[in-house]
Design a binder for this molecule. Structure first.
Ligand SMILES: [Zn+2]
Ligand SMILES: [Zn+2]
Length: 156
């Protein structure tokens, strides 16, 4: 994978604080932990799953803190939201317009910059009189690993 698709948050230690402030939240240590845990994951994660993960690691954090932090960040466009199996999941993406290639089997999401600036999409949506949400284009299918039967277990 190219370096520009690396998870956000690697180069700026205070990026977490900037993202939280953009969402109208003060950057408390617990909220930072939520962002940090998200930044390490490629696959979108649900609020409860993230809460369980943080609690297992010994974080003294409430489910409501996790949920409210994720919701506020998503509302502010700091996280991308995916709905899979009826559950809302969140992913911390790199900035800039990009497409999501979402595997329907394992749930993996790859991020690809929209090098063509969405020209094809603009054409379709202009004809259809439809305003697409920015940065939120999802393409569903099977990732290479799942195609070849090497994909992770969806539960894993
Ligand atoms: Zn994204
Ligand atoms: Zn897959």
């Amino acid at each position: 994978m190219a370096s520009h698709t690396a998870p956000a948050g690697r180069h700026h230690t205070d990026e977490a604080a900037a993202r939280l402030r953009a969402a109208g939240l003060s950057p408390t240590p617990r909220r930072r932990r939520v962002l940090q845990a998200l930044g390490l994951r490629r696959r979108p994660v649900g609020a409860h799953e993230l809460y369980v993960e943080l609690t297992r690691q010994g974080d003294n954090i409430g489910m409501s803190t996790v949920y409210r932090t994720l919701s506020a960040l998503a509302d502010a466009g700091q996280l991308h939201v995916f709905v899979r199996d009826g559950e809302t999941r969140y992913r911390l993406c790199a900035p800039g317009r990009h497409y999501h290639l979402a595997c329907r089997r394992c749930g993996d999401v790859q991020e690809h910059p929209a090098a063509d600036d969405g020209g094809w999409l603009d054409g379709i949506t202009a004809t259809a009189d439809f305003l697409p949400d920015p940065h939120e284009t999802e393409v569903h299918g099977l990732c290479g690993r799942c195609l070849r039967g090497q994909g992770d277990d969806p539960a894993g």
